[in-house]
Write a protein that binds this ligand. Structure first.
Ligand code: UD1
Length: 421
């Protein structure tokens, strides 16, 4: 077990290269189950969630070979070797994204009800509604989902909420269904567009990703893909942008798609952070006092829920009252108690957090309660007076590659140590 020890106070300065998107990579790895030939994916981040997903597809029967630090070559399975085991699937909510590809390709799938970060109930009813609409039989037994079908049939599916996972799962399954599938009220996140582009590289016919309606013409089989590069991680980029603002620093982010950061950039600007856009890069600096702001998390292009905790850390030092409304997950304010231990003044009323800027946080012992809460505590530690010790950092390594080295490269003082050291 490790902990992160942070000596706060240094403004972040310098350049940083952002890695490939975690959530897009996880979906693409699942999509390789649909492929008929070898696939090479570049710009894959070497983070724990990706490692777990690779193990899961290896259980199913894929052969995976790392080529360098951010590229994998995958020979897809020809038949299901084994169903994904409980001990691995429970580590990763995104293991549910294997359901659609396995069902469409092999006519059967069994996935232990997935785990992942404890940020809410996170049901799968919309995924099941989609599969059932395409003719699959779904049963829930002993904590597992079992799905079977002959060949899936193209269908018209309306999502009651634009769920990222349900959109991805149904889109992947529909690629091998008979006839056309139309999915309405879908998620529009950049990761959805990336997955659609990847599927089209394999020979699928997916149109409309990035809009409210996606249409998929089913094929009898898909091929391989010589090279596909995952989009940059907008949440990693956003985390470093907040860290720079929080430490009143000046950094340049490279390998970003500024458009993907727009919802979030707008809010940082509103708070008084200077953001200068270049080609595939952004400079973030703070030259004057920051202002309190109100944030509401919403599906893309709204403010991302995955950036809410990090913003809370920043706003806890900005004088005045800021409000954060969490509309996506019902249990995503767990970081509040930890921030309060560092001197933040935050009150939670249901889905609303009221933040009274406290000026200065002070270092103490805190624990990460989920991936983004962990990132938020690192940001709090960078701002705080004195030393902050963060435990449960396994959560952080699920989604950030080389987090402490990247921060230290920008002038921070962060050390990974064994618990008890
Ligand atoms: C994905 C992201 C996660 C991000 C989230 C929202 C991955 C691997 N994870 O998670 O980082 O925080 O999108 O942007 O891409 N819901 C239902 N029924 C369903 C499915 C979802 O009610 O069948 C609800 C969920 O409980 C939640 C909301 O819809 O309240 C959003 O969930 P969803 O968009 O599906 O998130 P994930 O795909 O799990």
């Amino acid at each position: 077990m490790q902990k992160l020890v942070i000596v706060g106070g240094a403004p972040l300065r310098g350049r940083i290269r952002i890695g490939g998107a975690k959530n897009a990579s996880l979906a693409l790895l699942c999509a390789t189950v649909l492929a008929g030939d070898v696939v090479t994916i570049e710009n894959i981040p070497d983070i724990n969630d990706v490692r777990v997903m690779i193990k899961l597809i290896e259980f199913i029967g894929a052969e995976v070979e790392w080529q360098g630090s951010d590229c994998v070559r995958i020979t897809p399975p020809e038949a299901i070797a084994e169903m994904p085991p409980y001990h691995l699937a429970k580590k990763l909510r995104a293991s549910n994204l294997l359901l659609g590809p396995m069902l469409a390709r092999f006519g059967r799938a069994e996935i232990p009800l997935p785990g992942g970060c404890n940020i809410g109930i996170r049901p799968m009813d919309l995924h099941f509604k989609g599969f059932a609409g395409m003719g699959a039989e779904i049963t829930l037994e002993k904590g597992s989902v079992q799905a079977t079908c002959k060949r899936l049939k193209g269908s018209r599916i309306y999502l009651d909420f634009p769920s990222v996972g349900a959109t991805e799962n149904i889109m992947m399954a529909a690629c091998l269904a008979e006839g056309q599938t139309v999915v309405e009220n879908v998620a529009k996140e950049p990761e959805i567009v990336d997955l659609a582009n990847f599927l089209n590289c394999l020979g699928a016919r997916v149109r409309g990703a990035g809009t409210d309606i996606i249409k998929i013409e089913g094929m009898t089989s898909l091929g391989g893909c010589q090279r596909y590069a995952v989009i940059p991680d907008r949440i990693e980029a956003g985390t470093f942008m907040v860290a720079a603002a929080a430490t009143r620093g000046d950094i340049q982010l490279e390998n970003v798609i500024p458009l993907h950061l727009e919802p979030f950039r707008a809010k940082l600007k509103e708070a008084g952070v200077d953001i200068i856009e270049g080609e595939e890069c952004l400079r973030v600096k703070v030259s004057g006092p920051l202002k309190p702001i109100d944030i509401k998390t919403l599906p893309y292009p709204g403010f991302p829920t995955d950036m809410q905790s990090q913003m809370m850390s920043l706003l806890s030092t900005v004088s005045g009252t800021s409000l954060i409304t969490e509309n996506i997950f019902e249990n995503r304010f767990q970081v509040v108690d930890e921030l309060k231990r560092m001197g933040a003044r935050i009150k939670v009323e249901g889905r609303l957090a009221i933040i009274e800027g406290a000026g200065q946080l002070h270092g103490t012992q805190v624990k990460a309660t989920d991936l983004r809460a962990g990132a938020a505590l690192v940001i709090a530690g960078l701002m705080a007076e004195g030393t902050t010790e963060i435990t449960n950092v396994e959560y952080i390594y699920r989604g950030y590659h080389d987090f402490e080295s990247k921060l230290n490269g920008l002038g921070a003082n962060v050390k990974a140590m064994k618990n008890g050291a």
